[in-house]
Design a binder for this molecule. Structure first.
Ligand SMILES: Nc1nc2c(ncn2[C@@H]2O[C@H](COP(=O)(O)OP(=O)(O)O)[C@@H](O)[C@H]2O)c(=O)[nH]1
Ligand SMILES: [Mg+2]
Length: 272
């Protein structure tokens, strides 16, 4: 299944003229896919990295992430697709690097980064039909070709990047909590990462003062009245799943500060 996804991804990139990689600006390092980027490069496609959900970080943070990734040799823009900020600039940037019309843009990225939202924002309110164009080139079960304007098409690619990695990265990359046999340990890893960068995150999200991951889950379960029927103990599995979902719904205020990334990188650079 994973192999099939990579093949589908390769096919959508090969069929496109431009590749837009959608990344969650709250944690660009975890939500960028080097494999997508190198695939685009290997196939000779123009790549644009879109840092989405910019409404969830201060503007200075968005600027810094943009500069860091530009410094690595990429073209980068930040947008808030749900608030439609920066989307006009994105449309312009795509047109500037695209060949002559008609052209198509593959929109790729981990689940939940906002691929569909970015496409919707570009289609604008006037976008009449929201349905994909059946029978059009690139139209398959996993891929949806959508018209932005005459001669400008975008391909949505839901689920084509397999979610890989340990915890909390796999959760940040959109692994659904329903797929976890036991969500508690993965959620605890996510809670630890959130607390590292925002010690008040769970106070802000739920009014919970606790700083221990299990304590937080327990407190959340108690507050919401989630209990094991037999023992009356707090049902922390439900709290764990809720925290994972609330991370993606941005109920929990969090972002990785670019400074933290730069500080982690610099010792390695010195060694090289
Ligand atoms: N705050 C915020 N949320 C966003 C933004 N873009 C997408 N989202 C939310 O992120 C979630 C995933 O978006 P979706 O477009 O379905 O992601 P996809 O799985 O990559 O297609 C949804 O709950 C969106 O409302 C954004 O710019 N800002
Ligand atoms: Mg989608």
């Amino acid at each position: 299944m994973i192999l099939a996804s990579w093949r589908l991804l390769a096919r959508s990139i090969r069929n496109a003229d431009v590749v837009v990689e959608v990344v969650d600006i709250r944690d660009p390092v975890s939500t960028r896919s080097r494999r997508v980027e190198s695939m685009a490069e290997a196939l000779g496609k123009e790549l644009l990295i879109v840092l989405n959900k910019a409404d969830l970080v201060p503007r200075g943070v968005a600027e810094k992430w943009k500069r860091i990734i530009e410094g690595q040799g990429y073209e980068v823009l930040y947008v808030s697709s749900t608030r439609r900020l920066g989307t006009r600039m994105l449309r312009g940037a795509i047109k500037a690097i695209a060949p002559v019309k008609p052209f198509s843009v593959a929109v790729v990225g981990y689940p939940k980064t906002g691929k569909s939202s970015v496409i919707n924002a570009l289609r604008g309110r006037r976008g009449a039909s929201t349905s994909p164009i059946p029978g059009s080139p690139g139209y398959t079960k996993g891929l949806q070709l959508l018209k932005i304007e005459p001669g400008f098409y975008m391909i949505d690619t839901p689920g084509v990047i397999p979610v890989e990695g340990g915890y909390p990265e796999a959760l940040i990359r959109g692994k659904p909590p329903e797929e976890l046999q036991d969500p508690v340990e993965p959620a605890a890893a996510l809670v630890r990462k959130i607390l590292r960068y925002n010690p008040r995150a769970f106070k802000q999200a739920y009014g919970i003062e606790e700083r221990d991951p299990y304590g937080i889950m327990e407190a959340l379960a108690r507050r919401r009245g989630w209990r094991y029927r037999r023992t009356g103990e707090p049902l922390i599995e439900e709290a764990a799943r809720t925290i994972i979902r609330d991370y993606h719904r941005a109920v929990i205020p969090f972002y990785v500060p670019p400074e933290a990334y730069v500080a982690e990188q610099s010792p390695k650079r010195l060694k090289q």
